[in-house]
Design a binder for this molecule. Structure first.
Ligand code: SF4
Length: 93
């Protein structure tokens, strides 16, 4: 979902670090990609990075995939998790 990350682990397979990084997929491109994935199957879609929670549109993308019938899961690093849901345009707190 992004190469941007709030950590910079030496073992990172994605060479993730604080961005922003150019050339990342737009929201619309992510949604179209989910459309294409759904046309060929029903895989589990893992939203990872980098830190996926650094994308403002991550819950919109996750919800879109769920509504398409895909099983959406996320692999955050845990540092941005809170007791309460964070407010996003598609997910009110
Ligand atoms: S994506 Fe994971 S492994 Fe890579 S820098 Fe971030 S927290 Fe570390």
């Amino acid at each position: 979902m992004t190469r941007n990350c709030n950590l910079s682990c030496v073992h990172c397979r994605a060479a993730a670090q604080r961005g922003p990084h150019g050339g990342e997929l737009s929201t619309d491109t992510c949604l179209r990609l989910l459309d294409e994935i759904r046309r060929v199957g029903e895989p589990i879609v893992i939203l990872t990075g980098g830190e996926p929670l650094l994308r403002d549109d991550i819950f919109l993308i996750a919800r879109y995939g769920t509504e398409k019938g895909l099983r959406m899961v996320m692999a955050p690093n845990g540092t941005l998790l809170t007791e309460e849901p964070r407010a996003t345009p598609c997910m009110p707190a």
